[in-house]
Design a protein around this ligand. Sequence first.
Ligand code: AMP
Ligand code: ZN
Length: 269
Amino acid sequence: MKIETKIKETLKKIGVNKKENILVALSGGKDSTITCYFLKKLGYNIEGFHIDLGMGEYSEKCLNAIKKLCNDLNIKLNIYDIKKEMGSSMCYLRSAIQTQKSLKNCAICGVIKKWIMNREARKLKVDKIATGHNLDDEAQTFLINIFKGSPELSINAGVISKNISDKKFIPRIKPLFYISEENIRKYSKQKNLPVVYESCPCALDSYRIQVRKFLNTLTRKDKENIIKNMEKILKKVKRKMTDISYCEICGEPTRKNICKKCELMDIKK
Ligand code: AMP
Ligand code: ZN
């Protein structure tokens, strides 16, 4: 099936309508670029959003690619400069956290990026955030959670974040949920889209790399089956749903008194 048809079906399944404002979280990589390209092609109402992580040459390349994309597609680009807003680059923030907590680079970066995305999307008054997560990312995360004995951590997985319903929480959607990384790469090269193909210099999560290597020994059909079964299993996995409250430090929605980002950063912002 064509990528475009699959994306259309996914958006139908999610139930996005064309009047909604969607903020596309752009990293500069192929997945979020393709997400943006198709949402625009299919006539959705979109704006781009990029967090400039301030990581030297790599960040500059990402920013330039995104500026070109948004210019080519004629969409507004919103940039969040982490150095300006938080006082230092992601590398520095992460190292500071790692002096006290033994957490992986991507875990820390992921928490901070999600926090920023939700807050900025709310300020921009959009209805949804679209990210570039693809079939391979989702299969990896699901297997990692199973291997670690915590399948319930995948409860948030799916084409739309559905376990939080709160006025301060902006739902996140994944239009590429059913598309393999290989197809995305082929398509973005074929269309010659402005993409940074090198991976983030800080993505050193050895466990995920190991799982990715294993998954790459399987066929696309196998990966699709993992995702299909994940959806079936997750319908049955129950997680204790606690009420949403607001972080005592930053005011963002959380299930605890203090949100994950403030717990990590332990600073008032
Ligand atoms: P990652 O967690 O780096 O695999 O990225 C997952 C998704 O988050 C990407 O497909 C983007 O949609 C979004 N994303 C990652 N990095 C950024 C960034 N620096 N700015 C905005 N969105 C991002
Ligand atoms: Zn907080």
